[in-house]
Each structure stands twice: as structure tokens, then as C-alpha cells.
Design a protein around this ligand. Structure first.
Ligand code: DC
Length: 216
């Protein structure tokens, strides 16, 4: 199977790039953040409040996660409940970022991710795909853009939520900090990944850039 890893910062456009590339190549795309988000939904639903080793371990040990695709949408089902419609809630963005550093939880997600990569030619998109989940991926990209550009994109995307640009920037900085400073699988480019800074690139340019490298 051909596996392509795409990691990168919040708001870097990595998901859009992954989907665009997958379409052109005819591959599956796995949004791994959605798995952490699905787990955060279940964690909240099951009434857990504390975020510590003991609570996370008791939550994760009996959890069953299923992924399926319908009309280009990736669904995340946890313990039989489809959480797809809740994944993008703001509370879930924050909660997923808080529960994702815990080792037992990451281990569970790692298994799901590796099983997927064994079954399909795929583009897997996340934070630690090139470094931890698929260290032998055929191609690795790390996508980023300036903090201000990423915050501006998020702000434009979520205008209906009535947040100011400064609030969006602050939230993005906090999530970057948590992603980059956690002990396990922190966000960073793999030594052999190709870094794409798309501050001054549009989607089509980023796709073409990756395709050139893949076709080489
Ligand atoms: O990519 P996203 O914003 O949907 O991800 C949600 C959270 O999940 C993010 O705050 C960090 C975590 N995450 C992770 O730790 N590892 C990944 N491979 C993907 C996401």
C-alpha cells in the first residue's frame, strides 16, 4: 500500500490539501483529528469531568471506535454512537486537544490508524503521522503557514460564531502550544518530511507542489 503522511499546524489547510490530493490520486483520506474529536465527544457524553491518567485510562479501556465513509464524509462512531455531527463543536476542539496527550488514548488511536494504512492506499492527516504513526510512510509532508495567516483563515471560516480575530489567534496559539509541547508525539516535522509553508500559496499550488514530488 502507498501511504502519504500529512502533518501540520492548526489552520494550516492540511485537511483541505489532504482531501484535494486524495481526489487527484484516487486514495482514501483519513482525518485522524476526527478520531480524537470523536473520543472527546464520547468522553463528554459519558459524563467524565477530570482529565487525568486514571480517568482517561478508565474511559479508553472499553471504548470501541469505528470509522466509515459515506458520500465523501468520514464518520466516527464510538461505542455505537455516530458523533460525526458534533466533531467541529468548539468545546470538542478544546477537549480533544486536552485528552490527546494521554498515552493510553494515543495508543488506541495509533492502532486504528495503522490498521487503516495496511488496508488502503491512503493519505493520513494529523500531527504525528510522519513521526510516530507511519514512520515508514512513502511520502511525508509537514504543512504550515504564519500564525496570523492561519488565524485569519479560521476567523473567515467561522464568522458565524462571532469570535473576534484576537480570540481566534489566542485559541490557535494555545492549541499550537499544547500540540508542540506534549511529552508524547509532539507536533514537529519528521526528519525526512518536506515542509510546505503555504502562507503565500493557494490550495491548487500546494496540491501541484505535492503531486510533483509524488510523481518523481
Ligand atoms: O486536527 P484537529 O484539529 O481536528 O485535531 C483535534 C485534536 O486532536 C488536536 O487538538 C490535537 C489532536 N490530534 C493529535 O494529537 N494527533 C493527531 N494525529 C491528530 C489530532
Amino acid at each position: 500500500m502507498i501511504n502519504i503522511a500529512i502533518d501540520g499546524h492548526v489552520g494550516s489547510g492540511k485537511s483541505t490539501l489532504a482531501r484535494g490530493l486524495a481526489k487527484r490520486l484516487g486514495y482514501h483520506v483519513l482525518d485522524t483529528g476526527a478520531i480524537y474529536r470523536g473520543l472527546a465527544c464520547a468522553f463528554r457524553d459519558m459524563g467524565y469531568k477530570n482529565i487525568d491518567d486514571e480517568t482517561i485510562n478508565s474511559f479508553i479501556k472499553d471504548v470501541k471506535v469505528e470509522i466509515f465513509f459515506e458520500n465523501d464524509t468520514q464518520h466516527v462512531v464510538v461505542n455505537g454512537k455516530d458523533y460525526t455531527n458534533w466533531l467541529r463543536e468548539e468545546e470538542i476542539s478544546v477537549l480533544s486537544s486536552k485528552i490527546s496527550p494521554f498515552p493510553m488514548l494515543r495508543e488506541k488511536v495509533r492502532h486504528i490508524q495503522r490498521d487503516f494504512a495496511k488496508k488502503y492506499d491512503c493519505i493520513m492527516e494529523g500531527r504525528d503521522i510522519g513521526t510516530v504513526v507511519l514512520p515508514n510512510a512513502d511520502y511525508k509532508f509537514f504543512v504550515t503557514a504564519s500564525e496570523e495567516t492561519r488565524a485569519r483563515r479560521r476567523f473567515e471560516q467561522n464568522k458565524e460564531k462571532n469570535h473576534t480575530y484576537d480570540e481566534v489567534l489566542k485559541d490557535l496559539r494555545e492549541r499550537d502550544y499544547r500540540d508542540e509541547h506534549r511529552e508524547i508525539a509532539p507536533l514537529k516535522p519528521a526528519d525526512d518530511s518536506i515542509v510546505i509553508d503555504n502562507t503565500n500559496m493557494d490550495l491548487e499550488q500546494s496540491i501541484e507542489y505535492c503531486l510533483k514530488i509524488i510523481k518523481k
